[in-house]
Ligand binder design. Structure first.
Ligand code: PLP
Length: 376
């Protein structure tokens, strides 16, 4: 099976599993336990926090709080800080942010505003800034778009947002960027969400990175773990596995970036241009190539590819149950419904091989031509 749906989730690192296994078999204690085994785990969690944070942030200015997933991190950021006036985000966000923004309106907390996108999927920065006024309390802009792969210049955008209104809390959903894109958090970013399973970690482990000087009201309350900011017994095994997976991922980040850029371009070169149109820009993440088989149904192609041993996505796996047939992100990039209907998202990992890329292109061409013939 060739797996090209790595933006949905990645294969957990086997090496990290081996390293972390002792946290299930032997070191299974509660890290809040008052005995020395509990204290030992507390200090291991502290180290994991420091390792994961130091990869993208200055530890003297930022801290990291473990959560259960990227969705929780996004929700915690939004519901903790979007408290009055209006809150501004983009049309391109993952449903973890979009749905939470709509919920702000339902709960009568703040008025949500959605900035449009450029054709390549990046936010239209001027339009975003125009939506910010003296009543704006919170702004959220994703780092890498999960459907089309566009990269927003987060530090640059955060700086402009703060210039317009210094009181704004700036959040970024970094789930598709962490461990994949060379990046360091600037002082203008207040909150940054990450998730383990996008980089060889396990599902059900995430983190919210926050500027230290920012008081984070808890979203989940109870036993007071994570310094009272996120209650619930820590998933020690998942967290340790996240640390080890991230160590592996960051060690080869630059090489992986260059290799996958080459593979993404190779795949595009090999695809039949009579069938497929490219949606992802060259400047986007090398981890995602979004194409459209215009006039064909992406979902049918997905199943045909599946039968031939190739796994691909059609957009965000997390929104595959959504009632809306067309991706709002693809439409917001200015594409028509016929294009939006035929979208395939091909997403890679450092484990993807050149041979797999060549085989995947052959399968995609074969099924695309076959379906086009049937549709005539
Ligand atoms: N944000 C983005 C950009 C994503 O791609 C995803 C998952 O696809 C999420 C948030 C949600 O992360 P999780 O699956 O850890 O809840």
């Amino acid at each position: 099976m060739i797996y090209l749906d790595n933006a949905a989730t990645t294969k957990p690192s086997a090496k990290a599993l081996e390293r972390a296994s002792a946290y299930v078999t032997e070191k299974y204690y509660n890290p809040s336990g008052m005995y020395k085994e509990g204290f030992a785990l507390q200090s291991e969690l502290k180290k994991a926090r420091s390792v994961l944070l130091s990869k993208i942030a200055d530890e003297s200015a930022f801290e990291l709080i473990f959560t259960s997933c990227g969705t929780e991190s996004d929700n915690q950021a939004i519901f903790s800080f979007a408290r009055r006036g209006n809150a501004v985000t983009t049309v391109g966000e993952h449903s973890a942010v979009t749905a939470a923004f709509h919920e702000l309106k339902t709960r009568g907390v703040a008025e949500p505003r959605f900035a449009p996108l450029e054709k390549d999927g990046r936010v239209n920065v001027q339009a975003l800034l125009d939506m910010i006024d003296e009543k704006t309390c919170f702004v959220s802009v994703m780092h890498v778009n999960n459907e089309i792969g566009a990269i927003n210049d987060i530090n640059g955008i955060a700086k402009l947002v703060k210039q317009k209104n210094p009181r704004v809390i700036f959040h970024c959903d970094g789930v598709q960027a962490y461990g994949k894109i060379p990046f360091k958090l600037s002082k203008d970013v207040d909150l940054y969400s990450v998730s383990a399973h996008k980089i060889g970690g396990l599902k059900g482990v995430g983190a919210l990175i926050k500027r230290k000087s920012l008081q984070l009201p808890p979203y989940i309350i109870g036993g007071g773990q994570e310094g009272g900011r996120r209650s619930g017994t820590e998933n020690v095994f998942g967290i340790m596995h996240f640390q080890y997976a991230a160590e592996e991922k960051f060690a080869t980040l630059k090489e992986d970036f260059a290799t996958l850029q080459e593979y993404r371009e190779l795949l595009w070169d090999l695809l039949d241009k009579e069938v497929y149109t490219r949606l992802s820009a060259k400047e986007g993440t090398p981890y995602i190539l979004s194409v459209a088989a215009r006039g064909l149904r992406g979902e049918i192609l997905l199943h045909m590819a599946n039968d031939k041993g190739l796994i691909v996505g059609t957009g965000s796996a997390c929104s595959s149950n959504a009632k809306n047939r067309y991706s709002k992100v693809i439409l917001a990039c200015g594409h028509d419904e016929k294009t939006a209907d035929g979208v395939l998202r091909l997403s890679f990992s450092p484990q993807t091989t050149k041979e797999e890329i060549v085989q995947a292109a052959a399968i995609l061409n074969e099924i695309g031509r076959e379906l086009a013939r049937k549709m005539k």
